[in-house]
Design a protein around this ligand. Structure first.
Ligand code: AMP
Ligand code: MG
Length: 350
């Protein structure tokens, strides 16, 4: 199936789901206006809740369209798959060659480096050589040999990335370093889309970038936005439903983009410290935070860290996590302390 066809099917599915949701919820004065587009390899869905007496449907559509324009811009700047992106330009730098970068890229790289420190390197944007290595393994259906593996691992390490705050430049302290913001970019795009919606007078909205979600305000005066987290081994089932207000929830896991070689399942999330795709540490991790960028970063990090990641969640304050892992051969969910008191959670059996 070509990618255009897949796009159409995904859009149709997203549309059908949102129509169902909208039909069950249109009451009082609120009205849900929504649209979906294909960005960053996934369907991005935006729904806004408006009172038509105060804010017209046409204005809402215009605000949504501006938010999509921003996500489109972000994809152009941050994608490692586009030769012309700012990230690709950064990745062509040689040792100690400096490049002045936009504030957006500077701030996001800064934030990810900060989380690399906090997670002791479990989250690391310099993981790209390993991501490429395992992508090639997936394509050729052959595990990397020891020599290529060692070479890729030598080119990983966030401490080789340096930012200069005063002149807003980036440089690498070693040749062969490259960055990949794939573990944070969808969350960042979600935050930016929310920012644009707010700038256009929207107070209540939900942006869902393929599982990276932010809930702004409420769905109706009496109802929170309800978000579902997919069962990690059955895409037709939800395993959690959570009501959220002014909160982000992002989920990472081995269930969406995995591959199989020699009967063994490999995740698209790599442990930068070992060079291998994550193993038993996690099946999926969902993180609830005040912004979607942080939730995205920590969901990826939790997958690498597994249960040990709860320490960082606790230290961070105001952040919660749900980790699904195998324990004694059975899928088990572990939650951060007090999460049920803070949120309205309904849970299905795993
Ligand atoms: P996510 O789906 O948000 O968990 O992000 C996964 C993507 O982030 C992968 O496709 C890689 O591009 C990148 N990535 C993989 N492992 C890591 C890691 N340990 N730290 C940071 N980024 C990673
Ligand atoms: Mg992530």
């Amino acid at each position: 199936m070509n990618s255009k066809k897949i796009t159409h099917i995904l859009l149709a599915a997203a549309l059908a789901a949102s129509l169902l949701a909208a039909a069950s919820c249109s009451r009082a004065n609120e009205r849900i206006v929504e649209d979906s587009r294909f960005f960053m390899g996934t369907v991005v869905q935006i729904k806004v809740s408006i009172d038509p007496a105060k804010y017209s449907e046409a204005r809402a559509k215009d605000a949504i369209s501006k938010a999509f324009d921003e996500i489109n811009r972000i994809e152009d700047v941050y994608s490692v798959y586009k030769d012309t992106s700012e990230i690709s330009r950064i990745n062509r730098l040689r040792k100690n060659e400096r490049l002045q970068i936009s504030d957006g890229v500077f701030n996001l790289v800064h934030k990810t480096l900060d989380y690399s420190e906090r997670t002791s390197g479990a989250f690391d944007i310099t993981v790209k050589p390993l991501v490429d290595l395992w992508e090639r393994a997936k394509r050729t259906n052959k595990l990397p040999d020891e020599h290529e593996f060692k070479r890729a691992l030598e080119r990983v390490g966030y401490k080789n990335v340096a930012l200069d705050e005063t002149v807003r430049t980036i440089h690498f302290k070693k040749d062969g370093i490259s960055i990949d913001l794939g573990g944070a970019a969808k969350g960042y795009a979600t935050d930016r889309a929310i920012f644009i919606l707010e700038e256009n007078g929207i107070d209540n909205a939900i942006v869902n970038s393929g599982g990276d979600m932010y809930c702004l305000g409420k769905r109706t005066a009496r109802e929170l936005w309800k978000v579902g987290v997919q069962h990690p081994r059955d895409r037709n089932r939800l395993f959690l439903e959570i009501g959220l207000q002014d909160r982000a929830i992002d989920t990472s896991g081995d269930y969406e983009r995995y591959f199989v070689i020699g009967g063994k399942r490999y995740s698209h999330i790599i442990d930068p410290r070992t060079g291998y795709p994550i193993g038993d540490s996690a099946v999926s991790a969902s993180v609830i935070a005040a912004d979607s960028t942080t939730a995205d970063i920590l969901a990826t990090a939790m997958c690498v860290l597994g249960e040990k990641g709860f320490g960082i969640i606790k230290e961070s304050g105001g952040i919660d996590a749900v980790l699904v892992m195998f324990e004694a051969g059975r899928l088990t969910a572990k939650m951060s302390e007090g999460i049920r008191k803070r949120y309205d959670i309904s849970e299905e059996k795993l």
